[in-house]
Design a protein around this ligand. Structure first.
Ligand SMILES: *Cc1c(COP(=O)(O)O)cnc(C)c1O
Length: 491
């Protein structure tokens, strides 16, 4: 029987150095990670564009051609392959002209943490798999909750990202509503019309149905209009519906706009509604030396989403859900005899988490705070917000562009004046294809706009000016070409 599952010892594949980490292989481990770090360092040093412009068609054949059943054996050969399939055409968030999504250049102390947490491989679900790691995560949760202005009863948990944090926050709100006797089909979630799509996805996953999310109108600066919120809350009451949660966004993904937290909290208090603040983007304000006041009122939330992998310059993943009354996290507690029996006398983080096996991502934030300091991180976020202001002045003074709104945080939403939607899209695609810059796109009032998300303090206002020139040139070239094509057709 054994013969049928294993080849003879001689023909069995051999990996030259010991394959697994152990006391006998510490040297091999060190050599392996040093080689990886060397490769990344030399690649990063040589990067002179945020992207190569590669298309899926360019890369797909090479990835498909790899025979996963035929290992190359040597680490160097495997690394060469990774360089060819991935590194050479990676999208580089540290490059000053990467200006697209909420991705940040990563803090070096956090990368040091990655070299520690991966080999040790602690799992944060139970004390008996993590020991001190559990205590470090809990200290960071307490620290972040205190920064948010929560009291002693607060608690929270690290998550994989803002989407999971939003899901768990809304899960708590749902279970509170069910415990109060409300029927699932009558529950509603109110969020501004520019809130994050993970709110709708969460409502759907929580069984609330596709129509459970009620969009609330915004003011001219894309902030939730508190009068509109009160109207929607009253409308729910009139129809016998229960607004189980209001989601206020502290830093909308497109505009960085911050909903008026005190007025939203007042409306929630009057309606007896759970307030969840989605600060996935705006959480950097918690440590900002100059802008913390923008988050005033967040302390009145029942739950808060923070994404350290956005405005705290952390490598993905690093996020948390903070809860004002930590006891509410009990809504996700389930016990398994083999893992976390109810009789356990030790801190088991799985009791508060949607995940079971879970990385020690908290170590990255820990080493970042212990070296750069909280205000050091906040200063970096302040710098990108300052840069957005300068970028806004550029756009506002330039007759080639329209700009949607003055930036609340660090995004700029704009379009090339006089160019149609197709020309805006073309400009973005052309810059990406040339690797000259990576910018984002979104819609405002149904029209096509472009977006710069600034999360790199190494980007300068000159970088912005250059990218804006390129955008204007590409849009104009497209318009000229389009007009010529129309003339050709007419002739
Ligand atoms: C990015 C973002 C999210 C989702 O966070 P992930 O970490 O990508 O899952 C949620 N809300 C807002 C406002 C965001 O900007």
């Amino acid at each position: 029987m054994e013969e049928s599952v294993s080849a003879s010892p001689a023909s069995r594949p051999r990996f030259a150095p010991p394959a697994l980490l152990g006391s006998h292989s510490a040297e091999h481990y060190l050599r392996a990670v040093t080689r990886g770090a060397d490769r990344v360092a030399s690649t990063v040093q040589a990067v002179d564009a945020p992207f190569s412009g590669a298309t899926p068609d360019d890369l797909e054949p090479a990835v498909a051609a790899v025979d996963l059943d035929r290992p190359v054996r040597s680490l160097d050969a495997a690394l060469d392959e990774v360089e060819r399939l991935y590194l050479r055409d990676a999208v580089w968030f540290h490059h000053p002209r990467y200006l697209a999504h909420l991705n940040c250049p990563v803090a070096i102390p956090a990368l040091l943490a990655e070299t520690i947490l991966a080999p040790v491989n602690s799992s944060l679900d139970t004390w008996d798999q993590s020991a001190g790691a559990t205590l470090i995560e809990r200290r960071l949760v307490d620290w972040a909750a205190a920064r948010a202005g929560f009291g002693e009863a607060a608690d929270g948990i690290f998550t994989s990202g803002g989407s999971q944090s939003n899901l768990q926050g809304l899960h708590l709100a749902r279970d509170e509503a069910l415990a109060a006797g409300w029927h699932l089909g009558r529950l509603r979630v109110l969020v501004s019309e520019v809130g994050h799509f993970s709110v709708a996805k969460s409502a759907d996953l929580l069984g609330l149905g596709k129509h459970a999310v009620v969009p609330v109108a915004c003011d001219d600066a894309f902030r939730m209009d508190p009068a509109a919120l009160r109207e929607e809350l009253e409308r729910c009451a009139r129809y016998g519906l229960h607004p189980m949660a209001v989601v206020a966004t502290a830093g909308t993904t497109d505009f960085g706009s911050i909903d008026p937290l005190h007025e939203v909290a007042d409306a929630c208090a009057d309606a007896g509604t759970w307030l969840h603040v989605d600060a996935a983007y705006g959480c950097g304000l918690l440590v900002s030396p100059r802008r913390r006041a923008l988050l005033d009122g967040v302390e009145r939330a029942d739950s808060v989403t923070v994404d350290f992998h956005k405005s705290f310059f952390q490598p993905i993943s690093s996020s948390a859900l903070l809860v004002r009354d930590g006891a509410k996290l009990g809504h996700v507690t389930h016990h398994a005899d083999y893992l976390n029996p109810a009789s356990a006398q030790v801190p088991n983080q799985v009791d508060k988490s949607l995940q079971t096996t879970r990385r020690f991502d908290a170590l990255k934030l820990w080493l970042t705070l212990r070296t750069l300091g909280a205000e050091g991180v906040g200063e970096l976020f302040d710098q990108v917000c300052d840069l957005a202001r300068e970028g806004h002045a550029l756009l506002a003074d330039d007759p080639r562009f329209d700009v949607a709104v003055a930036p609340a945080l660090s995004t700029l939403v704009f379009r090339v004046r006089g160019a149609d939607d197709a020309a805006q899209r073309h400009a973005r695609e052309a810059l990406m294809a040339a690797g000259a810059a990576v910018v984002a796109a979104t819609t405002v009032g149904g029209g096509q706009w472009l977006k710069l998300t600034l999360l790199n303090p190494q980007t300068t206002v000159d970088d912005l000016a250059e990218v804006l020139d390129l955008v204007a040139q590409e849009a104009a070239a497209f318009a000229g070409h389009g007009a010529a094509a129309v003339e050709e057709v007419a002739a």
